[in-house]
Design a protein around this ligand. Structure first.
Ligand code: M6R
Length: 366
């Protein structure tokens, strides 16, 4: 059951080192610098000749797709579009038999995602599902399936399914890059090693969860939150904001940090905390300057930063330190504090964390 945790959501957050590892096992072989996904039998020629990848999902699964766009573009040099399922199916997407359509769904039963998959099948695309539930409608109807091995996710707010989806998508990107020979052997090896090290890093971070609880206590009375991120952490800003609004009913928005001055900066004052996702990497300096701009307008900044970052303490009001990773792999690590932050805020406010109002675990109606 809940294994002594107060809520399923908390249990599921803490399961992530294991669920990520389970999703990697038997597919990623760091010693041999090899990736092998037995169940996905897409031909190498198809990967080489691909004209486009379309990624489709709803909610958290859509956010995982947004992260994957960076990977597939970088590793495979192929055009990637990411769509919300209910948008994709009602426009006239340009897709054909050289398109790979990846649908992402924890439950495998989301009505709009299923309808989008059916449309892609009808248009002659190759279709692949990233799914957590065996024998679900989506996993049955997709031509290929890669399962995340997260076990049942009970909490309505998706947590371990998200990191499981990321894991599966990173594996696929590496597998196809190897097949297409679009990454050098050395780079591939480096990435495989890094992916393999993620579960331990997530586990290390979880040992510091009390710090996140403290931050949550200090900010739980706020009415609005702004989450800012760049590059691969822009989707994580969206995901962090989604988690907070779902279970605490606090208004939260995720924004690409560079967009701040194009509108949302007008909202900023001391009553709206900003959660800035700022791990070390190529866009670190850029986000630091966004933080300074916000602080100049009185913002209170909670920074999610790398543990070896010496600068961030002077620039922000509260810090949540995460283990160092390369930027490309940072979403695995930066999303965990945001899951915990949402959880602890909702808990302090006494909300029904596992069964938030108005929400269903799986949305089987349009
Ligand atoms: O089962 P699915 O992955 O298809 O579900 C998609 C969304 O309904 C789901 O991620 C939803 O946004 C969650 N409640 C987010 O925490």
């Amino acid at each position: 059951e809940k294994d002594g945790y107060k809520h399923f959501m908390l249990k599921e957050i803490f399961e992530q080192p294991r669920t990520i590892e389970d999703t990697l096992k038997g597919r990623v072989f760091p010693d041999e610098a090899r990736v092998y996904v037995e169940e996905v039998k897409i031909e190498t020629k198809f990967i080489k000749d691909l004209s486009k990848i379309c990624i489709i999902g709803c909610g958290t699964s859509y956010n995982a797709g947004l992260v994957a766009k960076f990977l597939f573009e970088k590793f495979l040099r192929v055009t990637v579009e990411v769509d919300i399922a209910s948008e994709f199916r009602y426009r006239e997407p340009v897709i054909d038999n050289k398109t790979l359509v990846i649908v992402i769904s924890q439950s495998g039963e989301t009505a709009d995602t299923l309808a989008a998959l059916r449309l892609a099948n009808k248009k002659g695309c190759q279709t692949l599902a990233v799914c957590n539930v065996m024998e679900s409608s989506i996993s049955r109807e997709a031509q290929h399936v890669i399962y995340t091995r997260c076990g049942p996710e009970i909490g309505v707010a998706s947590t371990k399914a998200f990191t499981g989806q990321l894991t599966a998508l990173y594996i696929l990107a590496l597998d196809w890059a190897a097949k297409k020979e679009s990454l050098s052997k050395d780079v591939l090896k480096e990435y495989i090693k890094e992916l393999w090290s993620i579960p331990v890093k997530v586990g290390d971070f979880l040992k510091t969860s009390d710090n996140v609880k403290e931050v949550a206590k200090n900010f739980s009375a706020k009415r609005d939150f702004l989450y800012l991120g760049r590059h691969v952490n822009f989707p994580i800003a969206l995901e962090g904001a989604l988690k907070l609004k779902e279970i605490s009913y606090i208004h939260a928005e995720g924004y690409a940090a560079g967009e701040m001055k194009h509108g949302p900066i007008a909202l900023i004052d001391e009553s709206m905390p900003i959660v800035a996702i700022a791990p070390l990497g190529d866009v670190y300096e850029k986000i630091l300057s966004n933080i300074s701009e916000a602080k100049a307008r009185g913002a209170i900044v909670i920074a999610v930063a790398s543990e070896n970052d010496k600068e961030i303490k002077q620039k922000s009001d509260a810090q949540i330190y995460v283990p160092a990773t390369s930027e490309l792999f940072s979403p695995f690590i930066t999303v965990i504090p945001l899951q915990l932050l949402a959880y602890f805020v909702a808990e302090v406010l006494g909300k029904d964390v596992d069964q938030p109002r108005n929400l269903a675990k799986s949305v089987t109606v349009e």
